[in-house]
Design a protein around this ligand. Structure first.
Ligand code: NCD
Length: 319
């Protein structure tokens, strides 16, 4: 299905690849619901994670996913590594591959790093975020969350709100959602929209209060202040007035609509008050599904030859 054995961007998968990962995820959902949610699918394989940028959810969920598949996990922390002594990215990658990592999960502030490092290693590369470019595994987790909650992504109106310009989640999600047949709309102040948006398969809606009424999925983004070189909104308070999801504004959503956010949330800015606790907010579901989908991703990349049927949990006869 994939043209390569990497997941660096959504295009490495395409529509069929995304659907295959979602299908596989159903299997790992079943595994995750078992009394012992651990199978020997990747026993003897090694997954290394290299995070050159901060992360909570993505790093921990890859670790959890790899451990549930019985892989060995190598966690690389930049702050305590030889990168601090000036070691290059290439030498770091070659060192990790020499230790036998079959998959490398990488997050880096520079766009394109997951593509460059495939030149230096035979390991499968998984992009856990490269600058403001792509974050394909978040998209897969989001597609799975929408599919579980609303039945499918196809035909849904998905409204993405916030700092689109600096968001790798938005870039990957626009690709993945539209590949699966969703109608994607963006809502943002003009200063937070990318200049190259003309080629994107999206509508731009100026007024959040108009867009919210037609959303099946309202997808909020954090203001990525760490990637902004200048102040792009007059003030955060004004941003919240126009683009924040307040409890009042959330009343305008249709009853069946859902609220999503990839985290970390900046409460009081793009989302306020008790909105994250509303029954139609799927923010914690996205995190839980992230582990399941990442099990499917690692199995897809490293599990060839291991049949899914008959994979029993450790210590259980019938799984
Ligand atoms: C996102 C990221 O790092 O790109 N978070 C995540 O991986 N769940 C979004 C963000 O940082 O705002």
């Amino acid at each position: 299905m994939t043209s390569t054995n990497h997941i660096r961007g959504v295009d490495d998968l395409g529509k069929d690849g995304i659907l295959e990962i979602l299908e596989l995820s159903n299997h790992f959902l079943e595994v995750s619901n078992r009394r012992i949610p651990k199978v020997p699918a990747l026993r003897g394989k090694t997954v290394a994670s290299l995070f050159f940028e901060d992360s909570t959810r993505t790093r921990l969920s890859f670790e959890k996913a790899a451990k549930r598949l019985s892989a060995d996990v190598m966690n690389f922390s930049v702050s305590s590594s030889s990168v601090k002594k000036g070691e290059s990215l290439r030498d770091t990658i070659e060192t990790i591959s020499s230790m036998g990592a079959e998959a490398i999960v990488v997050r880096h502030k520079s766009v394109g790093v997951p593509w460059i490092i495939t030149e230096w290693t035979d390991a499968s590369i998984v992009n856990a975020g490269d600058g403001a470019h792509e974050h394909p595994t978040q998209s897969l987790a989001d597609c799975y969350t929408i599919t579980r909650q609303l039945g499918s992504v196809e035909g849904k109106r998905i409204v993405i709100v916030g700092d689109i310009k600096h968001s790798r989640v938005a870039r990957s999600n626009v690709k993945a959602f539209s590949a699966l047949g969703a109608k994607v709309a963006l809502v943002a102040p003009p200063t937070l929209l990318p200049s190259s948006i003309d080629n994107w398969p999206v509508d731009v809606i100026e007024d959040f209060d108009v867009a919210i009424k037609e959303a099946d999925v309202l997808y909020l983004l954090r203001m990525q202040l760490e990637r902004q070189e200048e102040s792009l909104v007059p003030s955060l308070r004004e941003y919240t007035n126009f683009y924040g999801l307040t409890l009042d504004r959330s009343q305008k959503l249709q009853k069946s609509s859902v609220i999503m956010h990839p985290g970390p949330m900046n409460r009081g800015v793009e989302i306020t008050g008790d909105v994250p606790d509303l029954p139609n907010a799927l923010i914690t579901n996205q995190v839980g599904n992230g582990v399941i989908v990442r099990m499917a991703i690692l199995y897809h990349l490293l599990g060839s030859g291991v049949a899914l049927s008959g994979l029993h949990s450790e210590g259980e006869e019938d799984g």
